[in-house]
Design a protein around this ligand. Sequence first.
Ligand code: GUN
Length: 282
Amino acid sequence: MYKLIDGREISAAVKNNIADQVAQLAQKGITTGLAVIIVGDDPASKVYVGSKKRACAELGIKSEEYALPADTTQEQLLDIIAQLNMRSDINGILCQLPLPKHIDEKTVIDAILPSKDVDAFHPVNVGRIMIGDFDFLPCTPAGIMEMLKYSQIDVEGKHCVVIGRSNIVGKPMAMLMLHKNATVTICHSKTQNLAEICRQADILVAAVGRAKFVTADMVKDGAVVIDVGMNRPDGKLCGDVDFDSVAEKCSAITPVPGGVGPMTIAMLMQNTLTAAKRQNNI
Ligand code: GUN
């Protein structure tokens, strides 16, 4: 029988703690503020941005949304970021990705002040994560580490296999697990013998972006499986793991929805709080 790792329950506990700290800052006259920028009308991005704004409202964090049309120029976007960088009432700046093709994501990420980069996408923050000396947590990987900790699953000495090497999830996930003394393998689309490597995993993290990619034959008996997928093949949200066949083999597994997704948002709130504290020398 597997244990279901409930991201909604764990994120609620994390968010309660953040709300308390936001309230303590408010008592000192410090507001915590997040600016959320979205360019164009990608439906999935709109859903994510809506969830981020709702979480801010729940926790007493002020959120300011910039919903910009798809034909916004890169210069206009950079202007808005420059203004937000200078505002003392905005502690965190998040620009929802992907951006329209005429805008260079790297230039936009580089324009956000590292001290307000609550996604931890700026090269300065990525570098700090690499060396293990960081303030801002990479949200999705940090959410996964928090879920494992809450579920009393120790990664030390374990073989952790991460499928996916994105800058947002795969690479920082591997790094956080390595910092906790796991043995880490990163797999990707060119990996040979993928199923065989996955079968060696004590903890398997699926961040592929393909619905039901991980099947039962890729999972060792008793493994822990973490599903980062947010696929909508027929409009319905579906993970990267074929839950129905895989779950029976696991000691623990995350569902989609209600697994990693809510944790990512909780960690974004944590970063926004951290930004507010640092900017006020707390
Ligand atoms: N697009 C998909 N995931 C993310 C995320 O974590 N942050 C931002 N800014 N954009 C995303």
